[in-house]
Ligand binder design. Structure first.
Ligand code: F6R
Length: 592
């Protein structure tokens, strides 16, 4: 959803190489176009369409002079990905440059007014109104800080903005509403960015300005001002994620690196037990629970519903965040609404959280420390997956599941399940260590145009997640189905060209799933099953199988059986020549 960076170096050195490195770390937020602006007696701008490496080859960002500047990587929302629409955007006198993440709802009206006043626009973005307005307010006598503040009052929608003006050299001014923004203190200089992975190489002491606050960066330091311009003293939070955690470290892609990190993500999240116990105690009695999330986090939530209902006997709903407001009238003070989010910044989830807070207790399970939802929810659990850069969620999904399992098991005082959870990292590593054989299997499925994933009970959300992973990075159409539901319509689509991936762990649902497997077999489907080691019946009825440790039963299956499905999607994507870390049209953090 666009990444923005700003940096001011303490010494008189060129900032462009630093800005370039930082913005490269944010490519997971968008990669349609990129641009940098630096100041060296004038504002220099280079920008272009395409990803960072391509545009850098054409323009050589690193030779831009000036000890401070701003940078942007774009995920197009308003206006196509074209060179003109790439950020930074400037006013028509090249005095003010701005990078922006978010979407403005009233940009057309503002643009029309500015055009009437004689301003000329060159892009079709919403952002371009911002530098024009800042310039106009500065011409009317405001300083850069006040002009940015006034601009924030005029624009509607979501934004994180960093602005610089040649009329106030040596300064960056940033503000935000509904879009993430951090400022960070480093040895070499001061930084502002959408997210911490941008700056980890340079700075790890971070402040997250609240909505409406203004951050002012100079080479002397960073000040945060409130809406009246009064300085607010804040203590930076030290981020213990190391820079290496956000690097590929010899792996071909972040996605495969992150898949191999899953056992650690689960192990580290299990370390949250004491914290989760404390939270359950403070929440007290609840009559009803509702999970709210999007995408992969929504699939983790379905597992949560099955767990809470079967272990704790509490009625539990799962709602897609963007649909939450339609059910909001049914929640009350005895309801706990649990928000699941990797980023903690997803717009739909945050809006639902705002609604839920009006009536109910709220808990956010989030991976990114200090993200918006950690501040907005009443209670907060941090999953311990470390930074996830690949756009497709993998390790954060297993970390979310781990937190949900712990939460449900602790609520139900199910020590047996908790003991089981401690064995999960070993089971995950067994699958990951077999990845070469899964790579071979994957080669036989890259022809597919459509695929189905089937599972029952706890395996149903695994099927949904398997299908999502396949479609988002391989662009193969895939559907996840409750195995028993297939005969109510989609069975008509099954023929000998359609792979069906059946998730069939040992447990209560095994025999019923076997019936569904036989149904698709009878229609000629190519069946790839994920089953327990030594499960002869499944092997006999499938074209081929991926075997999982037979100790993994159906209840903990989501934490282990999801892994081969991630690996299949990864290898099919590589086989097809696509980049799994940067699927088309997607971005890591959806703040619109
Ligand atoms: C898919 C994926 C997305 C996210 C969704 C919610 O691999 O990553 O479906 O799960 O956009 O994002 P968060 O969890 O950050 O709220």
């Amino acid at each position: 959803m666009c990444g923005i960076v700003g940096c001011i170096l303490k010494e008189k050195k060129d900032a462009a190489p630093v800005l370039f490195e930082c913005i490269q770390n944010l490519e997971y937020r968008g990669y349609d176009s990129i641009g940098l602006a630096t100041y060296d007696n004038r504002i220099n701008v280079k920008k272009g369409k395409g990803d960072i490496k391509k545009v850098n080859r054409e323009q050589n960002f690193k030779n831009m002079s000036g000890s401070y500047g701003i940078a942007h990587t774009r995920w197009a929302s308003t206006g196509k990905p074209t060179p003109e629409n790439a950020h930074p955007h400037l006013d028509d006198t090249n005095t003010v440059a701005v990078v922006h993440n978010g979407t403005l709802e009233n940009h057309s009206e503002i643009r029309d007014e500015l055009i009437k006043e004689g301003h000329e626009f060159i892009s079709t973005t919403d952002t371009e109104v911002i530098p024009h307005m800042i310039k106009k307010f500065m011409d009317e006598g405001l300083n850069l800080e006040d002009a940015v503040r006034k601009c924030g009052e005029k624009i509607e929608g979501s934004y994180a903005i960093v602005a610089m003006s040649k009329d106030e050299p040596g300064k960056l001014v940033a503000t935000r509403k509904d879009s993430p923004l951090i400022v960070a203190f480093g040895k070499e200089g001061y930084f502002v960015a959408s997210d911490t992975p941008a700056v980890l190489d340079y700075a790890r002491d971070v402040i997250r300005p609240k909505e409406g606050e203004i951050a002012i960066l100079t080479k002397e330091g960073i000040e945060i001002h409130d809406e009246n311009g009064k300085e607010i003293k804040k203590v930076p939070q030290h981020i213990d994620w190391s820079p290496e955690m956000a690097k590929k470290e010899g792996f071909d892609h972040f996605m495969i690196k992150e898949i191999t990190e899953q056992s650690a993500a689960v192990k580290n999240t299990l370390g949250q037990r004491a914290n989760i116990e404390k939270i359950i105690k403070s929440i007290g009695d609840v009559k009803r629970i509702c999970f709210v999330a999007c995408g992969t986090s929504y699939h983790a939530s379905i597992t949560g519903k099955y767990l809470i209902e079967s272990l704790a006997g509490i009625a539990c709903d799962v709602v897609i965040a963007s649909e939450f407001k339609y059910t909001a009238k049914t929640w009350d003070e005895d309801t706990l609404v649990i928000f699941i989010s990797q980023s903690g910044e997803t717009f739909d989830s945050r809006m639902a959280l705002k609604e839920a807070r009006k009536t109910s207790k709220t808990l956010a399970i989030v991976n990114v420390a200090g993200s918006a939802m950690t501040e907005e929810a009443e209670y907060f659990i941090q999953t311990q997956a470390g930074p996830e850069i690949g756009v497709a969620a993998t390790k954060t999904y297993l970390a979310q599941l781990t937190a949900i399992y712990l939460f449900a098991a602790l609520m139900a005082k199910d020590e047996k399940l908790i003991r089981e959870l401690y064995k999960v990292p070993k089971y995950i590593d067994e699958v990951v260590n077999e990845r070469e054989s899964i790579k071979e299997i994957s080669k036989r499925y890259d022809f597919a145009k459509n695929a189905f994933y089937l599972g029952r009970g706890f395996s149903y959300p695994i099927a949904l997640e398997g299908a999502l992973k396949l479609k988002e990075i391989t662009y193969i159409h895939a559907e996840g189905y409750a195995a028993g539901e297939l005969k109510h319509g989609p069975l008509a689509l099954i023929d000998e060209k359609v792979p069906v991936i059946v998730v069939i762990p040992p447990g209560d649902d095994y025999s019923k799933t076997m019936v569904n497997l036989e149904e698709v077999k009878a229609r000629g489907a190519i069946i790839l099953s994920v089953c327990a080691k030594g499960d002869k019946k499944t092997a006999e009825n499938s074209k081929e199988v991926i075997e999982i440790n037979a100790e993994v039963g159906d209840i903990i299956a989501p934490l282990v059986y999801a892994v081969p499905l991630q690996l299949i999607s990864y290898y099919v994507t590589c086989d097809k020549g696509y980049n799994p870390d940067k699927p088309r049209n997607l971005a890591k953090v959806i703040t619109v």
